[in-house]
Design a binder for this molecule. Structure first.
Ligand code: FEO
Length: 402
């Protein structure tokens, strides 16, 4: 009987044996519009090693790919770089099937795997900087705590200069192509930025620390093989450079206007505010939060210099879409933003002050007093909205020194 799935050769001794999740559209609250992959890798060294597993429903796909190159019973070692269930969800079945001699994880990973899966299999903890001989190959482990969980580590295969980077340098992108050089660069940059903004942004200081450590250790990479999305085999420095840029969060001359509207008045204001920003030469993106997903806002905010939020007053408060989006964005800890709040109101009009308070809680520097317009904005109110947007743009440019 033939095999339904085939492994993909990365080097003479390393194969991709992961799974493609074409259908996933919600990854713990993040809209994955192009699906994802769960990458696992097989190293055909003297000690045959499986690097990570896949999300539980994809166990058979991974096993099929493994069987296309080797009898799974020949796998000696299993390494878990990260215990989140998209990578370890099938670890119990994998251990039962391949019966590895040893399973390795970081010290926190070893604990997390036992606590998640109540494993009877002993997990061998490997320390930061520790090496493991595979006979003719050597793996070195580097702990990368909080990138993306406290248990996270990466594994470096010295002889191939290949970094198994786990969540780092990844993206949610399902493709039939396995290598980044086979995929249009605009798609890579968009999905990479979206993934960074929604998963790793709060840990940006740690990303910069890791980049520095890689440099200090003098590690060279011919290939970066993450656990999601394509493998970087040509110019792997590109994804490292993008990560450093995203982690630095340097504000650009770019603004995001995010709003919701009840009867269209706050929307009219949003459009004029955006026109005022753009008129000052500030690139502006308008997001109607009713028509976008909460994971779109951090994607747009990444690299922006200003965040302007608009809401009408509903039952003495802000619209639920604003509460939802700003709660989610706050958790991602965006830095270096100026901002402001606006909205139409009928009688009580609390929304603008509440939005300003939320912006301040997020560490956004509220650059201009909030703008409130009663009921439906007339031409004068729209001109005032436009000027308010222009004033924020001038503040931003002043701070950027342009
Ligand atoms: Fe892909 Fe943090 O799991």
């Amino acid at each position: 009987m033939g095999n339904s799935f085939e492994a993909v050769k990365i080097t003479d001794d390393v194969y991709w044996v992961g799974a493609i999740d074409w259908a996933i559209r919600d990854f713990h609250g993040y809209h994955t519009g192009r699906g994802s992959t769960y990458n696992a890798y097989l190293i055909l060294a003297d000690k045959v090693t499986l690097m990570d597993t896949v999300k539980s429903p994809f166990f058979e796909e991974m096993m099929g790919r493994i069987r296309s190159v080797i009898d799974p019973a020949k796998i000696d070692y299993l390494i878990s770089n990260h215990s989140e269930m998209d990578h370890s969800g099938s670890i119990r079945q994998t251990i039962a099937t391949i019966q590895p001699e040893q399973v390795f994880a970081s010290p926190m990973g070893a604990k997390a795997l036992v606590e998640h899966f109540h494993l009877s299999q002993e997990i061998t903890p490997v320390k930061d900087g520790e090496t493991l001989s595979l006979g003719n190959r050597t793996l070195t482990f580097l702990e990368t705590r909080m990138l993306h969980w406290p248990d996270s580590m990466v594994s470096y295969l010295a002889e191939e200069q290949l970094l198994f980077s786990q969540d780092g340098f990844g993206m949610h992108l399902a493709t039939s192509e396995r290598f980044a050089d086979e995929i249009p660069s605009d798609i890579l940059e968009f999905e990479g930025a979206k993934y960074y903004a929604n998963i790793l942004l709060p840990y940006s200081a740690l990303v910069l620390k890791l980049a520095k450590r890689i440099e200090e250790l003098g590690l060279r990479f011919s290939i970066i093989a993450p656990d999601h999305g394509p493998i970087w085999r040509k110019n792997p420095e590109k994804i490292i450079g993008l990560y450093v840029r995203w982690a630095e969060q340097k504000p650009g001359n770019r603004a995001v206007v995010a709003f919701d509207s009840m009867w269209g008045s706050t929307e009219l204001m949003a459009r004029s505010v955006a026109d005022g920003l753009a008129g000052e030469g500030t690139k502006t993106k308008v997001l109607n939060l009713r028509a976008s997903h909460r994971s779109d806002l951090p994607t747009e905010v990444l690299g922006a210099g200003a965040l302007l939020v608009g809401s009408p007053t509903l039952n003495n408060g802000i619209f639920p879409t604003l509460a939802d989006n700003l709660c989610y964005l706050k958790g991602l800890k965006p830095q270096n933003l100026i901002g402001g709040a606006f909205g139409s109101y009928g009688w009580s009009g609390e929304s603008v002050k509440q939005l300003e308070a939320l912006l301040k809680e997020m560490g956004v520097d509220v650059a201009c007093d909030g703008l409130r317009i009663k009921y439906v904005p007339d031409q004068q109110a729209l001109a005032q909205s436009r000027e308010w947007g222009a004033a924020v743009a001038r503040q931003l440019k002043g701070r950027l020194g342009i």
